[in-house]
Design a protein around this ligand. Structure first.
Ligand code: URA
Length: 235
């Protein structure tokens, strides 16, 4: 089994994070640091991450949908001691990690799992799954700005792909807008609106593909239904 998959199956990190751990020299096989991404783990090998021996055991996969509140970071730990999304799912008996990321100041739908493969697949750039955001933005969202958002805007060295935009309500000083994007660049929605001259004042993710937040209350979580899990596996 490839080393990154082994680490993910041990529930230590997603496969992508496992790659980082390997590159950063945090991983040893049989007491030797290994930095080769493609290394295979053989039967009987002793694998250590940060000095701790780990074992890839097939765990019962758990898939959770959380309505993330503002003021929580999407990470398994924070050096500044801020609350993390894991604090909200502390009573789930599994080593969960988030699939993708929401900013400290963004609320809404966040998926968590202990299934490293699933997390890896869904966050891979080749995945075209739509994420739906509801934003309150400053000012007026003119036709011209909507067109630019739809066709792609430069957010600093990266031009976004086609997006779907729906103005739910245009007030005098702000607008409520639904934006659907397939990519997940850092602070992408905020940067996209900034690029056309509207500042994001509030941001919530309401759906990931066909998975919807629905009536799930802020700060609460639920397990995905078998149908939802099937849907994600087919994505
Ligand atoms: N885009 C953002 O700007 N922030 C998020 O949290 C998610 C997408």
């Amino acid at each position: 089994m490839r080393l990154n998959k082994y680490i993910a199956q041990a529930g230590i990190a997603s496969r992508r994070k496992a790659d980082e751990l390997i590159q950063n020299g945090n991983v040893k096989i049989n007491r030797m640091t290994v930095k080769e991404m493609g290394t295979e783990v053989q039967e009987g090998d002793v694998v250590e991450v940060n000095g701790r021996e780990i074992e890839a055991v097939a765990k019962k996969p758990v898939y959770i949908m959380l309505n993330k509140p503002l003021g929580y970071i999407t990470s398994v730990s924070d050096e500044k001691g801020r609350p993390t999304v894991l604090d909200l799912v502390a009573d789930v008996d599994a080593r969960l990690f988030p699939i993708g990321r929401l900013d400290y100041n963004t609320s809404g739908l966040l998926l968590l799992t202990n299934d490293g493969d699933m997390a890896y697949r869904l966050t891979h750039p080749k995945h075209q799954i739509y994420k739906t955001y509801r934003a309150r933005v400053s000012g007026v969202l003119s036709r011209e700005r909507i067109n630019r958002l739809q066709n792609g805007v430069d957010i600093g060295g990266f031009v976004t792909s086609k997006a779907k935009v729906k103005v739910i309500k245009q007030g005098e000083r702000s607008a409520i807008v639904e934006l659907q994007i397939t990519e997940g660049k850092n602070r992408q929605v905020r940067k996209m609106f900034a690029a056309v001259g509207n500042k994001v004042q509030e941001l919530e993710r309401t759906a990931v593909g066909e998975l919807y937040l629905g009536r799930l209350m802020v700060g609460h979580y639920r397990k995905l239904t078998p149908k939802e899990i099937e849907y994600l596996k087919d994505c």
